[in-house]
Design a protein around this ligand. Structure first.
Ligand code: B12
Ligand code: SF4
Length: 542
């Protein structure tokens, strides 16, 4: 620490910033900051082929960058380039005094290219977000790594910037209170390019699943914004004329149930009534939500029509192995159906590759997904992110191989599984090919729609964009794609209700994306199989 200049410098693990502060001292110099969200490849959640039907470029805006932007001094000039919606030109980089870059592991190729360009153009880089927090050692060439949650580390960086004594590394062991986190700076994006807007109520999750890095990243103690912060954020979207879907990006929205039931949800219900239901909400929850009918009723009344749940495995032994205690011993099909009846669609994540998985797991998983009517089913191969309990266990067993690619659906694993790798990959491929096949996929939509309570008035208003999407789908899916008969049967069956039809079309479009993605994956698999030196061989013989 440079005492003379008053620099916080190199905020070490133990040094605490004196207070959380982004109301930074007034800056004499006007800085130009270019915030960049790198490109994401086409994956399950990019929904790239589906977004074309509704003329959108990306699913969600980069909420982390928008939040960071709002923490910068007002006197700074800011521009944001989300490379998933607009190209990045050299002139944008040259304009900036600093480039602020965010990223997930899956964006690393695009990140590398941006770093190269900034270096070539001699513009300094400040990097933060999950990629850099997880792998700081891979990014030592970046001028300033501002890691973990910016509510703590960014004020330290800004103070050093003002005092002219910037360090290369800012991190902390503390977890900030979210009560002062500002509203994301929406004016930096063009909302029309996105399918959903994001909003964050809480960080952290009370559970401790051993493959999940959320608790390592954000902790088990759930920290929340206040009810008035959330209402102000909703209002900020409303006044910017956003209408439609809003995703609460919390990892487990129900981490503080009493607070939700007593404060937040009643406030959202009355705000939504006052504003005539402009939004439909979706979020991520743990499956124990199903035990709390009062909570589900309030969520549905507030306008939540979809939740994502980590179901993970049909095997109790695999669930116990990964410490997913809240799922063990549950009748998952009954739980999913109950949530659907309360008015919320269930999207879910599933994993294969646990040590306890036996070859029968693949058929069991297919049945579970089909019977429950989980249309948007994301099935991935188990991977061990750095910092997780699973990672430590596998390291002690000497089973870790390559670093994770950041995509758990690209047929890669970063450890040696117990099941024979060819059997595992073959079984995994069978699951994907089955559940996304037109026959199974459309059957699932019907199972879901039959059980789903679609009555809530906040849901799915038929808009111009829905109508356009419908006509595009009739051509692309109803005329060109294989399996069109299943599509038409679903459409005919859904004609009775406009809401049902809207959902059927939306889910058909998602299915189109999943099949496109699967086609690419299957081609990748063929290429890998043809290459004798592929990583599976090295895993297999490792
Ligand atoms: C919303 C979300 C998404 C959205 C898109 C997000 C987007 N456009 O940015 C969707 C659903 C599309 C998505 C998809 C995926 N996601 Co995601 N996602 C999230 C989630 C739940 C919330 C992110 C968010 O908005 N947080 C709110 C903001 C305010 O927080 P933040 O972004 O972390 O930003 C803070 C700090 O990190 C920091 N910061 C961030 N950027 C910067 C930049 C600078 C310069 C500075 C100084 C600081 C800074 O300051 C912010 C304020 O404290 C996170 C988990 C989480 N709780 O963060 C996972 C998470 C980011 N996703 C993850 C993954 C793995 C994926 C997928 C690869 C999953 C998959 N297998 O398909 C896909 C791939 C993306 C794709 N192809 O589109 C991982 C990333 C792990 C990693 N180390 O890279 C996370 C951390 C979840 C996890 N642990 O599993 N995701
Ligand atoms: S419930 Fe979800 S967010 Fe929480 S620890 Fe488990 S996998 Fe992670």
């Amino acid at each position: 620490m440079n005492e003379k200049s008053g620099c916080l410098s190199n905020l070490s693990m133990d040094k605490k910033p004196s207070r959380v502060l982004w109301q930074c001292p007034p800056y004499e110099n006007n800085m130009k900051i270019l915030l960049i969200n790198p490109e994401v490849p086409n994956t399950f959640w990019s929904l790239k082929s589906a977004l074309k039907f509704v003329s959108k470029n990306a699913l969600l805006p980069p909420l982390g960058l928008l939040t960071v932007a709002a923490m910068l001094p007002e006197s700074f000039e800011k521009k944001l380039i989300d490379m998933n919606t607009v190209p990045l030109y050299d002139r944008d980089i040259k304009w900036a005094d600093y480039v602020f870059i965010t990223g997930m592991v899956i964006q690393k190729n695009s990140v590398d290219r941006i770093i190269e360009r900034c270096k070539r153009l001699n513009v300094k880089i400040v990097a933060g977000g999950p990629l850099f927090t997880a792998f700081p050692e891979a990014y030592l060439k970046i001028d300033h790594l501002v890691l973990k949650e910016a509510e703590i580390t960014l004020p330290a960086f800004l103070r050093d910037l003002e005092n002219g004594c910037l360090e290369s590394f800012y991190t902390t062991r503390e977890k900030p209170d979210l009560k002062e986190t500002p509203i994301p700076q929406w004016d930096l994006i063009n909302m029309k390019k996105y399918a959903l807007m994001g909003i964050q109520y809480s960080r952290g999750c009370p559970f401790n699943c051993d493959f999940c890095d959320i608790t390592a990243l954000l902790g088990r103690k759930v920290r929340t914004k206040t009810t008035s912060q959330i209402i102000n954020e909703l209002e900020s979207l409303y006044v910017r004329k956003w209408r439609g879907d809003v995703f609460f990006v919390d990892d487990n929205f129900i981490g503080k149930r009493q607070q939700l039931k007593n404060e937040l949800l009643p406030a959202i219900i009355s705000w939504m009534e006052k504003r005539k239901h402009p939004f439909a909400f979706n979020t991520q929850v743990s499956i124990d939500m199903v035990d709390d009918e009062e909570l589900m009723t309030l969520m549905a009344r507030a306008g939540f029509d979809c939740v994502f749940i980590g179901i993970e495995s049909p095997n109790d032994s695999s669930l116990a192995e990964c410490n997913k205690t809240q799922n063990v011993g549950r009748d998952v099909v009954a739980a999913v159906k109950k949530i659907q009846r309360f008015g919320m669609q269930v999207q879910a994540g599933f994993i294969v590759g646990f040590d306890s998985d036996k070859p029968g797991v693949f058929d069991k998983l297919i049945s579970l997904i089909q019977d429950s009517g989980v249309v948007t089913a994301m099935v991935g191969l188990l991977n061990a992110p750095r910092g997780t309990k699973l990672y430590k266990k596998l390291m002690s067993e000497n089973r870790l191989t390559n670093p994770p690619t950041g995509d758990n659906m690209d047929y890669t694993m970063n450890f040696i599984p117990k099941m024979d790798i060819h059997q595992l990959l073959g079984g995994y491929q069978k699951v994907l090919n089955t559940i996304y096949s037109p026959k199974h996929y459309y059957k699932r939509i019907k199972i879901f729609l039959k059980n789903y309570n679609i009555s809530n008035k906040t849901r799915l208003k038929v808009s111009y964009s829905n109508i356009k999407a419908f006509f595009r789908s009739t051509w692309q899916i109803g005329m060109i794609e294989k399996g069109k008969i299943h599509y038409w049967m679903l459409i005919l069956w859904s004609l009775k209700s406009p809401r049902r039809l809207t959902l059927a079309v939306r889910l058909s479009i998602y299915g189109f994306h999943f099949r496109k993605m699967l086609e690419n994956l299957n081609n990748q698999m063929k290429e890998l199989a043809a290459t004798s030196s592929n990583q599976y061989n090295s895993v297999d013989h490792g």
